[in-house]
Ligand binder design. Sequence first.
Ligand code: IDP
Ligand code: MG
Length: 149
Amino acid sequence: METTLVLLKPDAVQRGLVGEITGRLERTGLKIVGMKLMSVTEDLANRHYGEHAGKPFFEWLVSFITSGPIVAMALEGDNAVAIVRKTMGATNPVDSAPGSIRGDFGADIGRNLVHGSDSPESAARELGLFFAEGELLSYVRATDVWIRE
Ligand code: IDP
Ligand code: MG
């Protein structure tokens, strides 16, 4: 079982796509175990996107993710990392398949609506940045038995 971090970036919040995107992620069967509307400070942005420091788009990326409220979400389930990445689509909306979040709503590589951790290791690191331990809940859904063996 994995838990992964999803961020609905400021463009998703501003465009009124929180419900649409959250619905798509929920319908995969993954379980929401943490969720909050929040601001990202410059310090948090630098730490979250640290692997991209030095790249030409890094400063823009930090200013974008700090430009307005985001929704941070923790999703749990078998292969949660890969399922979220598939549901999001490729980084550049030009290459994202129709039916994916970025493929359906994105038009720009920077303003691509969502973040999803790229590995279980990244997920553990990023979840620690965005959620305190007590903010992630463990609970049973009646539908769990219909979603996984
Ligand atoms: P990912 O979000 O699909 O994992 P990463 O390569 O980790 O993609 O890049 C992080 C974020 O940085 C992307 O989601 C996108 O918002 C932004 N980004 C990546 N490459 C570019 C670029 O070439 N120009 C502008 N922004 C970019
Ligand atoms: Mg990434």
